[in-house]
Design a binder for this molecule. Sequence first.
Ligand code: NAD
Length: 395
Amino acid sequence: MNWITVCGGGNGAHALIGTLLLQDETTHIRLYLPLEEERSRFAEVISSHSKFEVQLEGEVHSVVSNRIHVTADPKQAARSSTIIMVVPAFAHEPILSQLAPYLTKESTIAALPARSGLEYQARDILGKVGQNGCVLVGLQTLPWACRIKEFGRSVIIHGTKKRVGAACLPKKEIKEKAKVLSTLLGMDVIPYQSMLELSLANTGQFIHPGIMYSVFGDRLGEIFPSEAAVPLFYASVDDKAAKVLSRMSDEVLTIKDTVEQKRPGFKMPSVVHLSQWLLEAYGDDIKGTANLTRMFQTNRGYQALKVPVTKVNDGYRVDVATRYLTEDVPFGLLVTKGIALAVGVETSTIDEVITKTSAWIGKEYLIDGRLIGRDVMTTRAPQRYGIDSLEALIR
Ligand code: NAD
């Protein structure tokens, strides 16, 4: 039997569980759910239903659910040599802290997706990562656009990326780990050269806050009378929004170029412009490739996903408490901003998006372009961990 631990019980975890079980019939899953209510709910569902289903491109694939073993015990969870966290970035800290005492040099702990700055936090919590301790792997993105259909029983995968990038501490393990993850996930996992490259190659950090800012910033007070009237999220990108996204992506490319110039030999080839990333990640799922606007509007994987909303008396309103801001800003854009400051690059569009969207969620990160807001210590900006120079970032 091949035991793998999955940490998380949300949409991505459902997709991962289904994928792992479909991929190899000898795989069993230790499903680590430290949140009591979620754990008991999941355990109850799988004890009363024998099948777990994955809906993919209109077809339903099913596996027996007795290969899923739910646990809230971190020691049990750490017994698998491969442990995959499929949770929002704010849950990495509690999970890493709970598992830390039980991880050994045989353990590989992966974050799917890593978002940005995972390496600083993991080093802070695990101490020995990258030295004699466990191996840390960060994956660049969740490979699926997916939603739970029925909790503990079925998941719909709306779209699958063609490939996903990964970086590793210690760095020398990446080829081997990428190979293992490619087999487990049934897709190409592309080795990146460093965790810094992974952090900067995180495209969700500007796609999500960038669309919230440029498409929905003027629509925060609007009431959508029915669910059907709620606009699509990604597919609502128009030319104005595409310009903002493109500028944010250009600013990240300037950071990359500056690092590469200052450190000859240090390369980050996976940090590419957003339009190139979309084409590489989604391939033929994108029908219109003429420009960035069309790429968003015609991507098959983006056609079902709506802007997050909250129910109000007379309909639905855009929900600013969405992960697109509460995750992608502190665990994405703020990390990039911190890297930009450490290497001396100006990021005016990123600054504007951070400043506007963080005010919507009641957070203060940037003051006059500096990382001195009261909430910086809740982010993964490298400065929070005392890292504020190019040398320290690379080290
Ligand atoms: P989700 O909201 O469905 O899942 C959240 C899960 O995280 C919870 O069910 C719980 O198991 C776990 N969790 C939350 N707080 C925790 C805590 N304090 N301790 C332990 N566990 C905790 O999220 P998701 O849709 O599965 O997304 C996972 C990640 O993938 C996020 O980073 C998300 O942005 C990213 N992502 C998701 C999609 C998608 O289509 N679902 C697409 C792209 C990226």
